[in-house]
Design a protein around this ligand. Structure first.
Ligand SMILES: Nc1ncnc2c1ncn2[C@@H]1O[C@H](COP(=O)(O)OP(=O)(O)OP(=O)(O)O)[C@@H](O)[C@H]1O
Ligand SMILES: [Mg+2]
Length: 308
């Protein structure tokens, strides 16, 4: 079983409007709500792949209950800490003139006692799981080294972790040595402290993310494809061409693919093929946190891995 952790989930609201005008009343043409958050997306994709998965993190209020109900309908096992404050909403306003405006709430403040309950739950759950996927931003009130603590706890129980986050949460988490880290180019450059202008610079920065304990850095470079770097390995696979509809959440599909590979004990080449195929398939659907599995399977035959 896989455990996914989402510290700051959201109801993702997609509004459609003709044109969004600042300072005016804007009437939306339609609205669609789905449970959101990177860990939740990973969980939904794993569920689609018939992989047993438990989702944890923090949920609160009416919005939290709504997310939990929807997730249970999709077959995801939920074991969240219920907090006093309301889970946030994230708004995406898609206008007919092509502009997409995102309005992101900070999310509820997590109290110290709620954090403690979460750690107790995580300790219990990780023992029943093979691997934990730690994805997305920290919630307000949580320290930047929280992912580092979760990685250490998993290791104490002999369990692997996948880390997909940004900024200081990523920097601190790396110190604990996750089994695999999945930065995109921007996140890699944040950790490196400089732009990576050549492939050599990118590979160096990726190797610097590894330690005796962190085995793999999977650096995603959007529609170009993905690198997979280990102590003695550097691989690249170009992304196959698909009719791209929405690339938000492609990284989540890659993380789900790596979790599946870990369960199947696949080698690095096969891991990269699966991740690149599943994330390309995800780009072809509007909904993030969803992968057309037949397409992903077909794309696996097209992905070619090169050793660098
Ligand atoms: N247009 C595309 N066509 C095919 N594959 C794509 C496309 N965009 C992204 N991918 C695949 O998805 C992987 C992850 O994408 P990306 O680098 O954008 O991740 P990300 O920035 O972490 O995304 P997010 O955090 O929104 O999930 C890429 O390495 C690539 O293999
Ligand atoms: Mg990402």
């Amino acid at each position: 079983m896989i455990l996914t952790v989402t510290l700051n989930p959201a109801i993702d609201k997609t509004y459609r409007v003709q044109e969004l005008v600042l300072g005016h009343v804007n009437r939306m043409k339609s609205i669609e709500n789905i449970p959101g958050g990177k860990g939740i997306n990973v969980g939904k994709i794993l569920c689609q792949c018939s992989c047993p998965v438990t989702a944890t993190g923090f949920l609160g209020g009416y919005t939290g209950r709504w997310i939990e109900e929807r997730l249970k309908e999709t077959g995801l096992v939920c074991d969240f800490v219920h907090i006093g404050a309301d889970t946030r909403c994230s708004m995406n306003v898609v206008a007919d003139n092509g502009y997409v405006t995102e309005i992101l709430e900070p999310g509820p403040w997590i109290k110290p006692e709620e954090r403690l309950v979460f750690f107790g739950k995580y300790r219990e759950l990780i023992q029943k799981c093979d691997l934990a996927v730690l994805s997305g931003s920290m919630a307000p009130g949580l320290a930047e080294d929280l992912y580092a603590d979760l990685i250490e706890i998993a290791r104490d129980f002999g369990k692997r972790t996948i880390l997909d986050t940004s900024a200081e949460g990523l920097v601190q988490g790396l110190k604990a040595g996750p089994w695999l880290v999945k930065p995109n180019r921007r996140e890699l450059e944040y950790v490196a402290g400089h732009r990576c202008r050549s492939q050599e610079e990118l590979l160096d920065a990726a190797r610097n993310m590894l330690s005796d304990r962190a085995e793999w850095a999977a650096v995603s470079v959007g529609e170009k494809g993905m690198y997979l770097v280990g102590a003695k390995t550097a691989l690249f696979a170009a992304a196959p061409k698909v009719d791209t509809v929405n690339t938000v959440g492609c990284g989540d599909s890659a993380c789900a693919a790596f979790a599946l590979s870990a369960l199947k004990n696949e080698g690095p080449k096969q891991m990269l093929v699966r991740a690149v195929a599943m994330s390309a398939a995800s780009a072809s659907t509007f909904e993030s946190g969803s992968v057309p599995l037949k397409l992903a399977q077909d794309l696996m035959d097209q992905v070619k891995v090169v050793s660098l």
